[in-house]
Design a protein around this ligand. Sequence first.
Ligand SMILES: O=C(CO)COP(=O)(O)O
Length: 155
Amino acid sequence: MTNFMEYTQALAPKTKRIALVAHDHMKDTLTQWCLKHKANLAKQTLCATGTTGQRIKKATGLEVAPLLSGPMGGDQQIGAKIAEQTLDILIFFWDPLASMPHDPDVKALLRIAAVWNIAVACNPTSADYLITSSLVNTSYDYRVPDYSAYAAGRE
Ligand SMILES: O=C(CO)COP(=O)(O)O
């Protein structure tokens, strides 16, 4: 298995670290989206949950660091990267028309992405806007929220 941290450290600081995830009915959509933005994505550091990553790799030839399959803990692995501040962007085409056995993991991933103020896109239109943003290919450093006042208020 390729080490995502090694990728991250070896690449230029402008490179954004992006996680790609799609539920089964959305995998074709994400694969098409990756083909459309292949040139841009090739400049970034990519990781993906198991099955999603295999599909993207096969369709695009992009280098994608593999994680576990979503229901087996892949969503949680991505959540851990966000909490450790080693991920900048989450592209997650979750399925709005199906329930998932690992729904708590899906919800936890979206929650932790909001907590750490990372960029998230959940559909192709938002993902188009995000990946074509001038911020993607700069060393723009997003602000990590300060929740100390909130924590103090709860004591
Ligand atoms: O279930 C997923 C995200 O919640 C995606 O997992 P796979 O990429 O392994 O299908």
